[in-house]
Design a binder for this molecule. Structure first.
Ligand SMILES: O=CC(=O)O
Length: 313
């Protein structure tokens, strides 16, 4: 029996490669840099599976270049917005992702950002770095406590629920969430399903943990910032395009909200001279919410397992 060909579009963990190697012929783009589009279009020809990451756009031209033997596109990520799932479905190609093994890491990191923003950690660290740490001052860099506040979550999936579960012991008074449907598992935390308007108006901390799609693209914009409390803090660990970056800059500058912490931006990466980068009330991390050593290894291994599950059913 001929061994199916698999294209791996990035340097990934050896454990994941070893799993595939047993039964497949591998072509690995063994680099930390994104595979150039023209190389991708050549290398996909004749493969049965693509092991990709969020940096690779897998659209109709890529699927066509691959050929009709392509059975699965497996992404080492939770998000699938870089894959045209519509075109995959039309061609009976399975799309696989790795949500379970990444959710704890993403939820932990989201809570980290929330706590850092609430307690103005970036301003404290910057002050120390700049040599501005003078004698103890009673009213210097005062942040917001979590206790008795309202936590709002947009997108109550594994990550959103994971954030709620972790924040509950901090003593938040209310947990509000909005998603396409009410989630029965929210009941165990007394989380309240509310409409978006209520979520935006009543949250002290607004966590964005939804998927990027036609309904959520640019959802958090000027109109939403106008509704939010001036003391509110926005956390985004979903996808950059869910938040309108210009409107966020404006909201932070004019005090429509008090602070933000974002792990994803639009554009991404942000140019070094982007105004958001120099704002003291905005923490920006470089899309690292799932970067725990364990989560990344598990994501790579699960991507290989997903491929094997489709190819050797
Ligand atoms: O953003 C990271 C992922 O989708 O896994």
């Amino acid at each position: 029996m001929t061994r199916p060909k698999v294209l791996v579009t990035r340097k990934v963990h050896q454990e994941a490669i070893d799993l595939l190697k047993e039964k497949c012929e591998l072509d690995i783009w063994d680099s930390d840099q994104v595979i150039p589009r023209d190389v991708l279009l050549k290398k996909v020809q004749g493969v049965s599976a693509i092991f990709c990451t969020i940096s690779d756009v897998i659209d109709a031209p890529v699927l066509d270049a691959a050929g009709t033997q392509l059975k699965t596109v497996a992404t080492m990520s939770v998000g699938t917005h870089h894959i045209s799932t519509y075109d995959c479905k039309k061609r009976d190609i399975y799309v696989a992702n790795t949500p379970d093994v990444a959710a704890d890491s993403a939820a932990e990191f989201t809570v980290t950002l929330l706590l850092m923003a609430a307690r103005r950690c970036l301003e404290g660290v910057t002050a120390v770095e700049k040599g501005e740490w003078g004698l103890w001052k009673p009213m210097w860099i005062c942040g917001t406590e979590i206790v008795n506040r309202t936590l709002g979550i947009l997108g109550f999936g594994r990550v959103g629920f994971g954030v709620a579960r972790r924040m509950k012991p901090f003593g938040v008074k209310r947990i509000l969430y909005n998603d396409m449907v009410r989630a029965s598992f929210g009941d165990e935390l007394n989380a309240e399903y509310v409409d978006q308007d209520t979520l935006f108006r009543e949250s002290d901390f607004l966590v964005i943990s939804c998927a990027l799609n036609g309904l959520t693209r640019n959802l958090i914009n000027k109109k939403v910032f106008d509704k939010m409390k001036p003391t509110a803090i926005l956390i985004n660990t979903s996808r950059g395009p869910v938040v309108d970056t210009d409107d966020l800059v404006e909201a932070l500058k004019t005090g429509k909200i008090t602070a933000a912490a974002v792990d994803v931006t639009e554009p991404q990466p942000l140019p070094a001279d982007h105004p958001l980068i120099s704002m003291p009330n905005c923490i920006i991390t470089p899309h690292i919410a799932t970067n725990s050593t364990k989560a990344r290894l598990d994501m790579a291994i699960n991507t290989s397992r997903n491929i094997m599950a489709v190819l050797f059913r």
